[in-house]
Design a protein. Structure first.
Lengths: 114, 114
């Protein structure tokens, strides 16, 4: 596609529910990243995919967070048993091959846990 | 551990005045350095990047940045600020362990006075 697409753009969920956030990267980009942006924490790295594998998942804050990528394209970030501290904007980015190339960011999904 | 510090949380400049946003990094190897801009409700847009070579790099929208290894700095500059430059600016370091992960600073919010 023309850019990185994320859906939904906004999500309000009740505490304890599971949520799935979707990222559709730029066509042909092999690297995909998830970040979280919250007040007081800034922009935090969550996980990095190269193709369908995740060589770096060091930023996932707990085992309630998981992500997968299928077909080297779309990725889903799942948060189980959501907590209020999970409220944030979740940003996805993709790049052509990885560290030597520019990362393009989506508009983000604003998650609010009530 | 890798880190990025942006000492100024908020800066206000007059339209037409010059701008310098500070960024200091901590990274043991040669860093890949980036400046991103985020307008309200938008994703992040790359302004410029440094991988190697000339330490003064030019970016989009009239921005430039200078890499100073001795000071571990990568400050962003613009000679004449426009009202449309009001946004949040993020410095980031990448290329960690050969991957595409970015470590971001806390951001500097720029306001422009007419």
């Amino acid at each position: 596609g023309a850019g990185v697409s994320q859906s939904p753009s906004n999500k309000v969920t009740e505490k304890g529910k599971d949520v799935e956030l979707r990222c559709d990267p730029i066509s042909g980009h092999t690297a995909l990243y998830w970040y979280r942006q919250s007040l007081g924490q800034g922009l935090e790295f969550l996980i990095y995919f190269q193709g369908n594998s995740a060589p770096d998942k060091s930023g996932l804050p707990s085992d309630r967070f998981s992500a997968e990528r299928t077909g080297g394209s779309v990725s889903t970030l799942t948060i189980q048993r959501t907590q209020q501290e999970d409220s944030a904007v979740y940003l996805c980015a993709s790049s052509l091959t990885g560290s030597y190339t520019e990362a393009f960011f989506g508009q983000g999904t604003r998650l609010t846990v009530v | 551990a890798q880190s990025v510090t942006q000492p100024d949380i908020h800066i206000t400049v007059s339209e037409g005045a010059s701008l310098e946003l500070r960024c200091n990094y901590s990274y043991g190897a040669t860093p890949y350095l980036f400046w991103y801009v985020q307008s309200p409700g938008q994703g992040l847009q790359l302004l410029l990047k440094y991988f190697s070579g000339d330490t003064l790099v030019q970016g989009i929208k009239g921005f430039e940045a200078e890499f100073k290894r001795s000071q571990s700095s990568f400050n962003l500059r613009k000679p004449s600020v426009h009202w449309s430059d009001a946004a949040e600016y993020f410095c980031a370091v990448g290329g960690i362990r050969g991957g595409g992960k970015l470590i971001f600073g806390q951001g500097t919010e720029l306001s422009v006075k007419p």
